[in-house]
Design a binder for this molecule. Structure first.
Ligand code: FE2
Length: 209
């Protein structure tokens, strides 16, 4: 047997960025927000989901914008610009979790960690096209795994395609996990007239008047 190259086609880009400034002030502000219970999961989200408008978070918001631009330019390799549509806080006390989900009506999504035990991964990604029939692996690797737990530390941001399934495993630690999540959408027109995929919301608004 002559074994040749092994290709990885269509990988899913999950990019980690590091915020190098102190986050104590921002963390205090986020902790002081009004929180809404997420019922069965035992976790909470901030009542205000438009935190980009908070002056106290302006440095973190400009870091998030810079990272979104980098993801667009280097990974998607596009000149189209994404903006944050909603930005909200998440609070996970001991024993709480968040069910597996995707983020509809968004192109890329992100989570920025403000308080997080580095030994307990706060996010689990799942493969969306799981095999109906499968062999049992002896050991998991990136080809046979169907879930992936990503350890994170405070000050880290992860950006990923919004249709990537993810959830928050049960917080087994004593400390509350605190993070910010957000969605994005393009301010530029998408697709093209020639390929019959053109989507320019602004021009549609003119037509409806
Ligand atoms: Fe999410």
């Amino acid at each position: 047997m002559k074994k040749d190259e092994l290709l990885t086609v269509f990988p899913t880009p999950v990019q980690i960025y590091k915020y190098e400034n102190n986050i104590e002030k921002e963390l205090k502000h986020i902790e002081s927000l009004e929180w809404k219970s997420q019922a069965a999961n035992g976790n909470f989200r901030s009542a205000d989901s438009y935190l980009t408008k908070h002056e106290q978070l302006k440095d973190i918001v400009s870091f998030l914008k810079e990272c979104i631009d980098d993801y667009c330019n280097t990974i998607i390799n596009s000149e189209q610009r994404l903006v944050i549509t909603q930005l909200w806080g998440n609070k996970n006390p001991k024993g709480s979790k968040h069910h597996e989900h995707v983020h509809p009506n968004s192109i890329i999504s992100g989570v920025f960690y403000l308080r997080q035990d580095p030994k307990l991964p706060p996010i689990q990604f799942s493969k969306s096209n799981q095999y109906a029939m499968k062999l049992d692996p002896k050991k998991y690797n990136s080809y046979n795994a169907e879930t992936f737990l990503l350890p994170c530390v405070a000050g880290e941001l992860i950006l990923f395609p919004s249709n990537l399934r993810h959830g928050v495993p049960v917080n087994m630690g004593e400390e509350e996990r605190i993070s910010l999540s957000f969605n994005t959408f393009s301010v530029d027109a998408l697709g093209s007239e020639d390929s019959l995929t053109h989507l320019d919301i602004r021009s549609l608004m003119h037509e409806s008047n």
